[in-house]
Write a protein that binds this ligand. Sequence first.
Ligand code: HEC
Length: 267
Amino acid sequence: MTVTLRAATLLLSAALAGPVIGQSATDEIAKYRKQLQEGNPAELWEARGEDLWKHKRGPKNASLERCDLGKGPGVVKGAYAELPRYFADAERVMDLETRLVHCMVTLQGFTPAQATARPFGSGTNRSDFEALAAWITSESKGVNMNVPMAHPKEQEAYRVGEKMFFFRGGPHDFGCVTCHGESGKRIRLQDLPNLTDRAGAQLGYTTWPAYRVSQGELRTFQWRLNDCYRQQRFPELKFASEGSIALTMYLARNANGAAFNAPAIKR
Ligand code: HEC
């Protein structure tokens, strides 16, 4: 792992220094994504996430190993491909982040405020969620997305998420659909996936979390949503809120049938 990671770092610095401007950034990214397939720096986050999962922490000095992500206590393999979903013990639909908060509170004894204090990290100020998400999602690599829709609350979350996706507002009257409602759209050399189209939704969802070359950070799907809220000039999407879960439900469910393929590498 050390060798592949060192090679990856060299490739990354070359990629960052290289003259990408003027040509399609997408081609360049496709090139180094391929080269890095064997040594994605996301592995560092995955390793830290696995440690966090197994490490006894919090007022109750407990690990997350009994956390039920939907397939039974402690079952991580394939769990992410079936999230968000309804959890009877909490009587609501939860996505990965919300479920982790639930386990940090119930198993480890953290307060909700402590558990949600740092959803996203930067530099040395790391987020546990990014590490945990990296590891947990890596355990669904290759598993077909299979988000359930049998429970009325799952159906409700999906409908709310769909509404949010098409809702326009803010100073520019933007909605997700403004940038992600047609195929072949681009902003500043970046391809905008059409998330209303099955293939686009599948690609857009199954490739997060991702190691962001431009930031040197691993970013989660939640981060992606927050960044698009910012681009949309909307107020910040509250972490682990009903709205955040609903929007995730809409996009995750639309990806059903596609093989999950993250943590990935992106620009
Ligand atoms: C003003 C334009 C704009 C709006 C509005 C917008 N996005 Fe985005 N979105 C982008 C851009 C640009 C990217 C690609 C960023 C990149 O490649 O770095 C992106 C990427 C994404 C991706 C990742 C796709 C992939 O293949 O990696 C998802 C998912 C996404 N947006 C969801 C949303 C959702 C949900 C909304 C509504 C809340 C939204 N976006 C609103 C511009 C927008």
